[in-house]
Design a protein around this ligand. Structure first.
Ligand SMILES: Nc1ncnc2c1ncn2[C@@H]1O[C@H](COP(=O)(O)OP(=O)(O)OP(=O)(O)O)[C@@H](O)[C@H]1O
Ligand SMILES: [Mg+2]
Length: 337
């Protein structure tokens, strides 16, 4: 059983969530750290993200999670320690239980990095439990995961898309694709450079994706953006059309839908019939790409639901594990060496 102090953690590629038992979501910020002169922590979270693509040479702005796994354990530990110290009003955190969400389709060594970083941080650890992200997402979407009803969750994140089929509180199949919102942003920036002769930053590309991006072109939209002219090198503003953004995104979106179809083909028939019944559940930030639900529905001939509060579904699911003891068995105990 958990003690009185319990924290739930979702270390996403772009977003970091810290949930505390009885208090709810305490941290929901960008998972970014800014380091000055390779040593000093200059800023964390949203404040560090403000510096992204603007920082001088002696400041590095680092995303320590890449493709859903910890790419830089020291910076992730520094970032986590700083947030834990901040939410404990600059005091050392007291002994607590921790529940951390991890992707399913990664190696044991990659899973271990999530627990190692918590243990080497300022946190005084009583216990650590691991919850697989698709299960946390299903719980966060308030689906009844204990019963035998099969469910398909598609978590469309920043670097990854995790497609999973769940039944009886466990994972039947899961695939982590290296495609997410960042992939789309990079592709948009490349096409804007090629077609408009304009260098743009990742934040501008993301704004184009969110404001005028669509998975299936239905309406014609334009967005004014600032960038640097490829030839003159001068800052200029130009109008970008939604068709260009669609062209940049469509191949990646097709890859995601192809993978959903492959997973559906591999799903045992009894579970498939449940999925036909209840449809596919989309979560993660990119679930909100315009017309994506419609396109997936058209190409799989299944109904598609977008989870409420989809940016927080995993964190809300960990919250349910922490607050309600009956979900303890869906998490696994991590033993310290
Ligand atoms: N309204 C929106 N429309 C389209 N994309 C959006 C929207 N809101 C957020 N996003 C995108 O969602 C992504 C972030 O999603 P999310 O927070 O689920 O990722 P993450 O959990 O940090 O990443 P991962 O799960 O890959 O580790 C970003 O690429 C962001 O641009
Ligand atoms: Mg995520």
């Amino acid at each position: 059983m958990f003690g009185r102090k319990v924290y739930g953690l979702d270390f996403g590629t772009k977003e970091l969530k810290i949930y505390k038992k009885g208090r709810g979501l305490l941290v929901s910020e960008k998972n970014v750290i800014a380091i000055e002169n390779k040593k000093k922590i200059l800023a964390i979270g949203d404040e560090a993200y403000e510096m992204f693509e603007k920082a001088p040479d002696n400041v590095e702005v680092i995303f320590p999670v890449k493709n859903g796994v910890i790419a830089d354990i020291n910076y992730m530990e520094g970032l986590f320690s700083s947030f834990m110290t901040r939410i404990n009003n600059s005091r050392k955190p007291q002994s607590a239980d921790y529940v951390v969400a991890v992707p399913t389709d990664i190696t044991d060594v990659e899973k271990r990095a999530f627990t190692d970083l918590i243990m080497s941080s300022v946190a005084k650890v009583k216990s650590i439990r691991i919850v697989e992200k698709p299960i946390a997402a299903a719980l966060g979407a308030r689906l009844d995961i204990h019963n035998a009803h099969g469910v398909m969750m598609v978590d469309l994140g920043a670097d990854t898309t995790e497609i999973s089929v769940l039944s009886l509180g466990g994972i039947v199949i899961s695939k982590l694709l290296p495609i997410g919102g960042n992939t789309l942003d990079d592709s948009i920036a490349l096409l804007v450079k090629k077609k408009c002769g304009l260098y743009i930053g990742k934040k501008t590309a993301e704004m184009l994706k969110i404001n005028i991006g669509c998975a299936y072109p239905t309406e014609d939209m334009n967005q004014d953006i600032f960038g640097r002219d490829v030839v003159s090198g001068l800052p200029v503003n130009k109008e970008v059309n939604s068709m260009l953004v669609y062209d940049a995104m469509s191949e990646y979106i097709s890859n995601i839908i192809d993978s959903i179809r492959i997973i559906l083909e591999r799903t045992p028939p009894e579970i498939s019939s449940d999925i036909i019944d209840s449809g596919i559940y989309l979560t993660g930030g990119c679930a909100h790409i315009r017309q994506l639900d419609k396109l997936i529905s058209k190409q799989t001939e299944l109904s598609v639901n977008i989870c409420d509060d989809s940016l927080n579904t995993v964190a809300n699911g960990i919250g349910r594990v922490i607050e309600d003891g009956s979900y303890l068995k869906i998490s696994s105990d991590f033993k310290k060496k």
